[in-house]
Ligand binder design. Structure first.
Ligand SMILES: [Zn+2]
Length: 706
C-alpha cells in the first residue's frame, strides 16, 4: 500500500507555489540552516499534554495562510506529483545540466534533455496541430467491424494499473498489471483490471448527489468540445452516445471496497475461458492486438466488469466505439497537443474536477512529465508519462543521496526491525505458529533504501527533441513491452515500485518488500545532520508504520513468501480485533468539526500502523543511544523524538478538503496523527503530562497492539 504521507485525493485542488524559473537554481538554496526541531514553528504557550499538535506546530499554523488557489499547504510544498518544492528544484537543475553538457545522442542524459525540451517547445506543438494524431485517427476510421474493433482495443492495452498501490484507474477498456502471482509469487503473472472510464471512478457517473450531477453536466459539455476540436461533424450527438456508453461501463464496474479485497480479485482465467465467462468481445483478436496471444492465463481482478464490458462491445454501435477511441486518444494526449485542446482539458479536469484556477508554470509541468507518473491533478496515469523517471532517479540519487546517508538510514532500519522482532516475540496473545510466520516475514523483508539496485536500460527507447507526442506514445509502448517481457519469468523481489525522486514510500506485499525513495529522506522527515532523536521520531516512525502493515489485517493475507495465504489463527484475529476496537473508540472521539468526527473504524489499519510505528521507532531510538545520555539542546532526547514525530504532520487544509478527507480517507487527518503519543508511557514522562491534562489517559486505557 502506498504510504500516503498526506492524503491527496484525485479531485483536490492544488496549484504549486511559484518557484524560481529553471535557469536560476544551480545551488540548493533551500538547504536547511537549522537541523532538528524547528522551534520557530512551535507554540510553547500551549501545554503539550493538552494539545500536542498545537504545541509542536502552533506558530507555523498561526502564520500560514492557505493560498486562495490551493486547499492544502504544508511547510514544504508537497503536491500531487509525489514531489515538493525542493525536489522539483533539484530535478530542474539536473535537467538543466543534462541540457548544458550536450550529452551524446542515445545517452540517458540526452533523452531526458530532449524529452523535456519537446514538452517546452510550444511553438512546434502549435505548428504541428493534430498531425501527430493523424495515423492513429486514420486507423480508427478504418475499423470496419467488431473484429477490427477488438484488435484496436487490444492494441490500446498498456501496463498502467497497479492493484496493490491504489492505481486502479485506466481509461483504456482494460489495464494490465504485471506482478508476482497471487498463487505463485515466484513468477510474474498477468493481472487484468477493469477500465474504460475517463473520469476517476464509477461514482462520478452513477452518484445521485448534486455535486456529481453538476460534474456530469459539465463533463458532457467538455466531451462535446473535445470532439469538436478533433474535427468530428456531429460532436453533440456523438458526445451523448459516448457518455451513455461510459455510463453503461460504470454500471458494470466494481466499487472501491471490492477492489481492495484480494480474495475477490484472485480469479484465474485461462485465455480460453474468456469467451465463455465474458462473451461479446472477440478475445482472440483482443489478445492478438495486445501481443498476448501466447499468455496462457490471467488473473481477472473484477470478473463481473469483464463480463459486462465485453457484452457492451456487442450491444453498442460500432460508430460509438470508434468515437470513444477518438475521444480517448485526444483526451490522453491533450496536454501535449495545441493550446486549444490542452486548455479545454484543463477546463474540465483541472478546474471542475480539481478546483484549480490556473495551470502551473510550464517548466513545472515539464519537470513532472519527465520524472513522475502523476499529472497535476494526481488522477491521470497516462502511459508514457514519467517513463524516464528511472534515469532521472539515477542522476538524483548520485547528486542528492550520499552513501553516508544511505548507511545512516540502513542502520536505523536495522534497529527498527530488531525492535519489532522483540515486540512480536513478547506478544502474549499471538499463537506461536502465527508468531513464527510473522518473524519469518520480518527476516525475509526487503527494505529498499534510496534507489533500486539495478537501473533500467533505455537503449531501445527513442526520444526526439521535437516530438512530445511520439515520445509519450513510444514511452507507453516501451513500458508495456518491458512488463510483458517479464511474464512467466522469476520475480525480482528487489524491483522497485517508485522512482528515487518520489517524496513517498510504498509497501509491496507480493514481494514482501518496502521501498523508501531517496527524496523521502529530507526535512521534516529526515536530515542527516539532525539529532538521532528527531530522525527516529520522524522518518523512523514512518518506517515502522510500513513495517507494521506487514503484520496487520492487510499483511495477514500474504505469507512470508508473498503468497496469498491467511497465516493468522482465528484466535489471533479475535485478540487483534478486541485490542484494536479500543483504538478505534479513541479515534472516534476526535472531532475536527462539531458535526463531524474521525471514523475510528475506517482509519483503524492506519492508526494501528502509526501506533506500532512510533512504538518501535522509540525502542530503536533508545537502543541507538547504546547506554549513553542523549544530547540535549534545550529539549531532552525523548522530547526531541516526540516533537520530530509531531512536526512532520504540520499542514493546513480548507474546511471542504478536510471534510472530504474525514469522510473518505483511510488515514486520520494530519492533526490527529501525532496524538497517538498518548498511548506511550514515555511521552507522559517526557512532557510531565498529568491526569488533569486533556490528552491524559490512565495507564490501563493506553492501547498497545504490538
Ligand atoms: Zn499505512
Amino acid at each position: 500500500m502506498k504510504f500516503t504521507l498526506r492524503f491527496l485525493p484525485p479531485n483536490s485542488a492544488y496549484v504549486l507555489l511559484a518557484l524560481a524559473p529553471l535557469a536560476a537554481h544551480s545551488q540548493d538554496a533551500s538547504a536547511q540552516e537549522t537541523h532538528g526541531i524547528v522551534v520557530a514553528n512551535m507554540d510553547r504557550s500551549v501545554k503539550p499534554g493538552d494539545d500536542f499538535y498545537q504545541y509542536a506546530n502552533g506558530d507555523w499554523l498561526k502564520r500560514t495562510e492557505i493560498p486562495p488557489d490551493r486547499r492544502y499547504i504544508d511547510p514544504n510544498g508537497l503536491d500531487f506529483d509525489d514531489s515538493n518544492d525542493l525536489t522539483r528544484k533539484r530535478i530542474a537543475s539536473l535537467i538543466e545540466e543534462a541540457t548544458k553538457t550536450n550529452a551524446p545522442a542515445g545517452s540517458n542524459a540526452r533523452k531526458i534533455a530532449d524529452f523535456y525540451h519537446s514538452y517546452m517547445d510550444e511553438a512546434t506543438i502549435e505548428a504541428k496541430g493534430l498531425a501527430p494524431l493523424r495515423p492513429h485517427l486514420d486507423a480508427i476510421a478504418a475499423i470496419r467491424d467488431k473484429r477490427d474493433l477488438a484488435r484496436a482495443l487490444g492494441e490500446s492495452l498498456r501496463a498502467d494499473v497497479d492493484g496493490l498501490n491504489d492505481d486502479f484507474h485506466t481509461a483504456n477498456l482494460f489495464g494490465l498489471w504485471v506482478a508476482p502471482g497471487f498463487n505463485d509469487p515466484e513468477h510474474y503473472a498477468a493481472y487484468l483490471l477493469q477500465g474504460g472510464l475517463e473520469m476517476p471512478d464509477r461514482e462520478y457517473y452513477l452518484s445521485g448527489s448534486d455535486s456529481m450531477r453538476d460534474i456530469r453536466s459539465k463533463y458532457q459539455t467538455h466531451v462535446s468540445a473535445m470532439l469538436k476540436l478533433a474535427g468530428l461533424t456531429d460532436p453533440d450527438i456523438c458526445a451523448q452516445h459516448l457518455i451513455e456508453l461510459e455510463h453503461a461501463i460504470a454500471e458494470k464496474h466494481s466499487g472501491l471496497a471490492d477492489e481492495h479485497d484480494i480474495n475477490k480479485a484472485n480469479n484465474t482465467w485461462k485465455q480460453a475461458d474468456f469467451a465463455a465467462n465474458a462473451p461479446g468481445l472477440d478475445w482472440a483478436e483482443y489478445f492478438r492486438g495486445a501481443g498476448l496471444s501466447g499468455q496462457a492465463s490471467f488473473i481477472v481482478w473484477q470478473p463481473t466488469a469483464f463480463t459486462g464490458e465485453s457484452a457492451l462491445v456487442v450491444s453498442t454501435a460500432l460508430d460509438t466505439w470508434k468515437d470513444w477511441l477518438v475521444f480517448r486518444l485526444i483526451e490522453d494526449y491533450a496536454e501535449v497537443l495545441p493550446k486549444a485542446l490542452a486548455d479545454e482539458r484543463f477546463a474540465f479536469f483541472g478546474k471542475v474536477l480539481s478546483g484549480k484556477t490556473e495551470r502551473r508554470p510550464r517548466w513545472q509541468g515539464g519537470v513532472a512529465i519527465v520524472s513522475s507518473k502523476m499529472d497535476e491533478t494526481g488522477s491521470v496515469l497516462l502511459a508514457g508519462r514519467g517513463v524516464l523517471g528511472d534515469a532521472v532517479g539515477q542522476m538524483y540519487a548520485q547528486s542528492y543521496f550520499s552513501p553516508e546517508t544511505k548507511a545512516q538510514i540502513e542502520a536505523m532500519v536495522a534497529n527498527i526491525i530488531a525492535a519489532f522482532r522483540r515486540r512480536i516475540d513478547a506478544l502474549r496473545w499471538m499463537d506461536p505458529a502465527t508468531k513464527a510466520e510473522a518473524l519469518a516475514k520480518l527476516s525475509n523483508l526487503y527494505v529498499g533504501i534510496g534507489y533500486p539496485e539495478t537501473w533500467r536500460d533505455y537503449s531501445s527507447y527513442e526520444v526526439k527533441a521535437d516530438d512530445i507526442f511520439g515520445n509519450l506514445w513510444r514511452g507507453g509502448l516501451f513500458d508495456y513491452h518491458r512488463f510483458v517481457a517479464r511474464l512467466g519469468h522469476p520475480v525480482d523481489r528487489r524491483d522497485w515500485c517508485m522512482y528515487p525522486q518520489a517524496v513517498d514510500a510504498c509497501e509491496l506485499p507480493l514481494q514482501n518488500a518496502i521501498n523508501y525513495p531517496a527524496a523521502h529522506f529530507q526535512p521534516p522527515y529526515f536530515d542527516p545532520q539532525a539529532p538521532a532523536a528527531v530522525n527516529y521520531g520522524a522518518i523512523g516512525m514512518t518506517i515502522g508504520h510500513e513495517i507494521s502493515h506487514v503484520f496487520d489485517t492487510t499483511g495477514s493475507a500474504f505469507d512470508s513468501t508473498g503468497r496469498v495465504r491467511n497465516w493468522w489463527k482465528p484466535a489471533d484475529l479475535a485478540h487483534f480485533n478486541a485490542a484494536t476496537a479500543r483504538l478505534a473508540a479513541q479515534y472516534d472521539t476526535y472531532k475536527p468539526f462539531l458535526d463531524l468526527a474521525v471514523n475510528g473504524k475506517q482509519t483503524l489499519n492506519e492508526n494501528v500502523a502509526d501506533l506500532g510505528g512510533i512504538s518501535a521507532a522509540y525502542d530503536a531510538y533508545r537502543t541507538s543511544l547504546a547506554g549513553k545520555a542523549a544530547p540535549q539542546n534545550g529539549f531532552t532526547g525523548d522530547q526531541q523524538f516526540f516533537l520530530g514525530f509531531a512536526q512532520q504532520w504540520a499542514s493546513k487544509s480548507s474546511e471542504a478538503f478536510l471534510r472530504e478527507q474525514v469522510m473518505t480517507d483511510d488515514h486520520s487527518p494530519d492533526q490527529f496523527r501525532p496524538v497517538t503519543v498518548r498511548n506511550l508511557d514515555a511521552w507522559y514522562a517526557a512532557f510531565d503530562v498529568k491526569p488533569a491534562d486533556k490528552l491524559y489517559l490512565a495507564p490501563a486505557d493506553r492501547v498497545r497492539i504490538w
